[in-house]
Design a protein around this ligand. Structure first.
Ligand code: SAM
Length: 278
């Protein structure tokens, strides 16, 4: 009977190779095996730090099988580190099934603190940090994306998204359409790399910046959107009730227009509010 090994969740740099802790290097050096998304990619990091521990792959297409295999190895006493291509494993990266399996089987799992693009961007964004919602990547399909954004209409915390370069413009246009032009947005680009940049403003300001130079649309992005101001809705209770009643009988657009006219309110604000009714 062996003592169980430990699974270590080890964050790695998101751009600047120096962003790795002494402890992370020490763990990567001393474990029996390192599970990573792409062995060729992670080999470069290991070479840089002269780490010779063997690598094995664990990615979204093989995670179910590999999780069982790695959990068995841990139960036989091996210590294993999990890394991803960049940043903190499991944060929009593989590892959930492995950690879940290990926890269910009584294997010790411990995580090292370290780089994460979402937290890095949030901390320097200038947007509210007291409450935030990590949304990861938005759905690719347009309807699902609109629905997801509509759920944030009344969100008062800062929303943090990961976004691919080829979709960033489309996402900003949709944010403008669904959440309106008032939200303050920060586009955090190429964090910890040579061309790191934070662009802030409303959706139009960011779209103009993206259009002003093709190079602006390349790279890695975190998109942060401010929440609605607390108690920020000036829509009176009676107007909300009227909107609810009208929405039962009429298309939302029409219901919002009538309510706006009656109470001298903004049509779009009422429309956005109406989207949140069941
Ligand atoms: N696990 C990673 C973490 O902890 O941040 C995230 C992995 S996810 C597959 C990759 C996404 O993270 C990118 O598409 C981008 O949205 C964001 N990202 C990663 N590195 C970044 C960087 N240096 N600057 C800006 N965004 C970054």
């Amino acid at each position: 009977m062996h003592d169980n090994g430990t699974l270590y969740i080890v964050p790695t740099p998101i751009g600047n190779m120096q962003d790795i802790t002494h402890r992370a290097i020490s763990i990567l050096n001393t474990v029996d095996l390192i599970a990573c998304e792409d062995t060729r990619h992670s080999q470069r990091l290991l070479q840089h730090y002269q780490i010779t521990t063997p690598l094995t792959s664990l990615h979204e297409h093989n995670e179910d099988k590999r999780a069982a295999f790695l959990a068995d190895k841990l139960k036989q006493g091996d210590n294993i580190a999990l890394i991803s291509d960049a940043g903190t494993p499991l944060i929009s990266d593989p590892g959930y099934t492995l950690v879940n399996t290990c926890r269910a089987q009584g294997v010790t799992v411990t995580a090292l603190p370290g780089p994460c693009a979402a937290i890095t961007a949030l901390s320097a964004s200038g947007l509210a940090t007291d409450r935030f919602t990590f949304e990861g990547f938005l759905p690719v399909k347009q309807q699902a994306k609109t629905e997801k954004l509509s759920q944030l209409t009344n969100e008062s915390s800062t929303s943090v998204f990961y976004e691919a370069p080829r979709r960033v413009k489309d996402t900003l246009l949709m944010i403008k359409e669904v959440l309106g032009s008032e939200r303050q947005i920060v586009l955090a680009k190429e964090l910890s790399k040579a061309f790191e940049n934070y662009v802030s403003g409303n959706a139009d300001t960011i779209l103009e910046w993206l259009d002003s130079d093709p190079a602006h649309q390349k790279g890695e992005f975190v998109l942060l959107v401010s929440g609605i101001k607390k108690g920020g809705s000036d829509i009176p209770e009676e107007a909300i009730n009227l909107l609810k009643q009208l929405k039962n009988e009429l298309p939302l657009k029409k219901a919002a227009a009538i309510t706006a006219n009656h109470y001298d309110l903004k049509k779009n604000e009422l429309y956005q509010l109406g989207l949140t009714f069941d």
